[in-house]
Ligand binder design. Sequence first.
Ligand code: CTP
Length: 145
Amino acid sequence: MENEKKYKIGFTCGVFDLFHVGHLNLLENCKKQCETLIVGLCTDEYVEKVKHKDPVFSQEERFRILSALKMVDRVEYVSIEEVTDKELAQRIFGFDVLFSGDDWKDTDRYLKTEKEFAKIGVSIEYLPYTKGISTTSIKESLKQY
Ligand code: CTP
């Protein structure tokens, strides 16, 4: 049945600049496991301050692209604090599962968050990163044209 998903509200966040198939795979995998998918979108300020670069597409453009996808139910801008502190994000968005890239698995930060989430019945699912594509690699490959 359509509603028989493992989780009710799923949350994932990222920059999603130059939207590509790695982003699509991630969001499709998230939606397979939850009824409602909320995407936390990193603001331009986040990209400038944390990644020390300017996004190619503005936050408004990235917001529109994500909102148009059928597997995305809601897009919300997230602050630097909400991206860094997933417990804060959980209190704001009320999700029962956080989806993250599997490169975060077994890191101290995520092990700690897993423990805190376990106390309130929230899960973390680690999803595979699509190899061979990233916003950075697209920018690099465009330099040759
Ligand atoms: N992602 C993925 N596979 C990829 C690229 C991204 O699963 N090949 C996932 C990331 O793990 C993250 C989300 O997509 O959960 C948004 O990633 P983002 O950092 O915006 O994308 P990148 O293409 O990795 O950007 P950059 O090269 O700037 O790091």
